[in-house]
Design a protein around this ligand. Structure first.
Ligand code: MG
Length: 403
């Protein structure tokens, strides 16, 4: 029975800001969810999105709904949350809040049953997953300096063993084309990808798409705005580079609508935003039914990284053959001490490969003392009733029983 749901809003001020096509960031934020059952076991989750909003959504809306809930009924809990906010929150930060709850319940369920998250997601197909390096963001430098900074950062990742790298594009057309070419000339043997964070209109995306195809990039990520899903098919008809998108999309219903319009060849749900790990498995099934592979987007701390790792460990690559192209785990290598220094138990990543944890649950554990150092706001809800109310009366009863 769920006894308490706590949230921790974390923040770290960066010494140097980093940018992409839309903005420059000078802070890293995170929203961590902890769900505790009556045995004292706890599950951890993480939300992607505006942390103040998701924190409030969990604390004031979803946590009260789940007090006294059996944590083994995790997908029933998802449906309960979904139906309770269906009229106004089919997408958006409230779905980000559900995602963190879903992740924490999966972690807790694994711990209660003594099995890893990948066993709950269908079982491992592979015991380790190759990572690709995400970084090479824009800095406040002249374009010539920036080009050199990006190439030198990339060389560092290659030196660490990364065979696949994803750059940012979408600064301006001339710089983007120069960067795409320079990366390929400098790293002829690397698998390269490019991400515009929906920076281009269709004619620009076609031009950049041709450049990416010419230099053998493996995918073109978020070439177009999620506001115009019908354009992906037009782009795909004109360029020879695979199109990836989906980090702004949520739920199996959202992906069904997006992917059925055509043009997207790689679906990229973020497990801390798309509805959570259990929803990501459903999204993967929807995508697979259309012959589309799913490669999780991943941003944040080790809880989301571990979730994405378990997800990819259980991914059956469509259509399957003896020697498949293995899926890649996105590893953000930009500065974030909340990811790299805050975990008592973290993932084992060596030479660009992540080992899939076999410990119960997600297999990573935040260090509470370290987390306190980053925490700017905490919330907690406790179940105070002696007996869990019947599910049908839960919403009314929880309002009375929650303190
Ligand atoms: Mg992206």
């Amino acid at each position: 029975m769920i006894q308490a749901i706590k949230t921790y809003r974390l923040q770290h001020k960066l010494e140097e800001s980093f940018g992409f096509s839309q903005w420059h960031y000078d802070k890293r934020n995170a929203l961590i969810v902890e769900i505790i059952d009556e045995s004292g076991a706890c599950g951890w989750g993480e939300c992607y999105g505006p942390a103040t909003v998701t924190q409030n959504a969990i604390d004031t809306f979803y946590a009260p709904l789940l007090m006294g809930w059996d944590p083994l009924r995790n997908e029933a809990a998802w449906n309960h949350c979904w139906r309770s906010s269906l009229d106004f929150a089919m997408k958006g930060p409230m779905m980000g809040a559900i995602s963190g709850i879903d992740m924490a319940l999966l972690d807790l369920k694994g711990k209660l049953l003594g099995v890893s998250a990948s066993e709950l997601m269908g079982g491992r197909v592979r015991d380790r997953v190759e990572c690709y390096a995400t970084g090479m963001y824009f800095r406040q430098q002249s374009e010539q300096q920036l080009l050199e900074t990006i190439l030198s950062e990339a060389a560092d990742y290659v030196g660490q063993g990364y065979k696949a790298l994803k750059i940012k594009v979408g600064k301006n057309m001339a710089f983007d084309k120069k960067l795409i070419e320079a990366m390929r000339r400098t790293f002829p043997d690397s698998r390269l990808m490019a991400d515009s964070n929906h920076a281009y209109d269709l004619p620009e995306a076609i031009e950049i798409g041709h450049q990416l195809a010419r230099y053998d990039y493996k995918w073109f990520e978020e070439p177009l705005s999620p506001s115009h899903p019908a354009l992906f098919r037009q782009l795909a008809d004109k360029v020879d580079v695979p199109i990836a998108t989906g980090e702004c999309e949520q739920t199996r219903f959202g992906f069904q609508e997006l992917l059925s319009k055509g043009g997207v060849q790689i679906a990229q749900p973020d497990l801390a935003y798309c509805g959570g790990p259990t929803e990501a498995v459903k999204i993967r099934t929807v995508a697979a039914s259309m012959g589309i592979n799913t490669v999780a987007h991943c941003w944040g701390t080790q809880l989301n990284l571990a979730s994405a790792l378990h997800f990819l460990a259980t991914t059956y690559v469509e259509p399957g053959r003896a020697e498949i192209t293995e899926p890649l785990l996105e590893r953000d290598l930009t500065c974030n001490p909340m990811r790299d220094e805050m975990y008592a138990v973290g993932l084992e990543i060596e030479s660009g490969f992540a080992k899939v944890p076999v410990a119960p649950g997600l297999g990573v554990e935040p260090d509470r003392a370290s987390m306190e150092q980053f925490c700017v706001q905490k919330t907690e809800k406790h179940h105070v009733g002696k007996n869990a109310p019947h599910a049908d009366q839960r919403r009314k009863a929880d309002r009375e029983e929650v303190v």
